[in-house]
Design a protein around this ligand. Sequence first.
Ligand code: GAR
Length: 187
Amino acid sequence: MTRARAAVFASGTGSNFEAIMNAGELNCDITLLVCDKPGATVIKKAEAFHVSTFVFDAKTYESKAVYEQEIVEKLQAENIEWVFLAGYMRIVGPTFLNAYEGRIINIHPSLLPDFPGKDAIGDAFRAGVKETGVTIHYVDEGIDTGPIIAQEKVLVKEDDTLDTLKNRIHQVEHQLYPRVIRQLTTK
Ligand code: GAR
């Protein structure tokens, strides 16, 4: 039986991309990295894993619909079945959503619906919550909304700094995302 092909979308460092690639035993092959930030560290990581890359700069397109159409064509040409957003800092629009409905998954560093947005760990830390965590969910048209697949709590310690909390959340992400991908792609 042929394994499903999947793409990871990322905008920055790519520690989740790396964790997914190193996890082994996924029931899919990650064959493409899509990145919206030319020069982002994750691109070098993909090259090191011999994963092909599609890098674009949204500013050079007329609209979101135009660049998303190009992405969809690329994904379809490469027979991509699943899309895993891992630090992809853009809102997904209808062009992409309609083409990949129910097949776009996101990881977010908070216990959604609390602290959506770009700085979830900082927002939770500054709010002084006792616990936060990680959410993996299906993507819909909202910002960090969509049906939740998995959540894991991370306790905030008395002596936590923003950095120590970030590190613990990332460690949880790096375990949880590969596990969920494995489950989702098991037919
Ligand atoms: C991760 O913590 C991910 O959950 C978060 O960006 C980080 C990317 O780190 N995503 C969001 O905040 C989405 N709203 P990485 O590039 O090292 O994987």
